[in-house]
Design a protein around this ligand. Structure first.
Ligand SMILES: [Zn+2]
Length: 151
């Protein structure tokens, strides 16, 4: 939970309450480095992110689901699961640093594409060919599976 202003990793919680959707805990934190206050939305454990689908419903961000989709996009590519994990870490860090509590699934897709663009061209194309239409990571994963079956 890094400070969005100075990047310090130490902060204290000054206020804590359930968010309106009941899916997460809204926390006001104060950075121990620069003293700035910022808000985080945290799932039990360390999933701070809510994904809003295009129909307006929302679900907790699911790292495993994103991982499955990326493993499929990277199938038969010279990419290790560890590298994909690092890519996802980068996405999660960006979102944390921006203090984002929720994200539209389409925006999450854009972020993934940004990361993939410097990573693996084929995986990028596979991902790009389906992500624009997906309503949720679930649909996205099944679209990728369908894509793989046609290879
Ligand atoms: Zn700070």
């Amino acid at each position: 939970m890094r400070c969005p202003t100075c990047g310090a990793s130490e902060s204290k919680v000054v206020d804590s309450r359930p968010s309106e959707d009941d899916l997460s805990i809204r926390r006001r934190r104060q950075c121990l480095g620069c003293g700035r206050r910022f808000t985080t939305y945290e799932r039990l454990g360390d999933n701070p992110l809510i994904v809003v689908k295009s129909d307006g419903s929302s679900e907790a961000y699911d790292r495993e689901k994103l991982m499955r989709g990326l493993l499929i996009a990277c199938a038969k590519r010279p990419v290790s699961p560890e590298q994909i994990g690092t890519l996802i870490d980068g996405i999660e860090n960006d979102l944390r640093n921006a203090s984002v509590g929720e994200i539209r699934s389409a925006d999450l897709g854009d972020l993934v594409l940004q990361k993939l663009s410097g990573f693996d061209e084929v995986a990028y194309v596979r991902f790009a060919s389906v992500y624009k239409d997906f309503q949720s990571l679930e649909e996205f994963a099944s679209a990728l599976e369908a894509f793989r079956r046609h290879e």
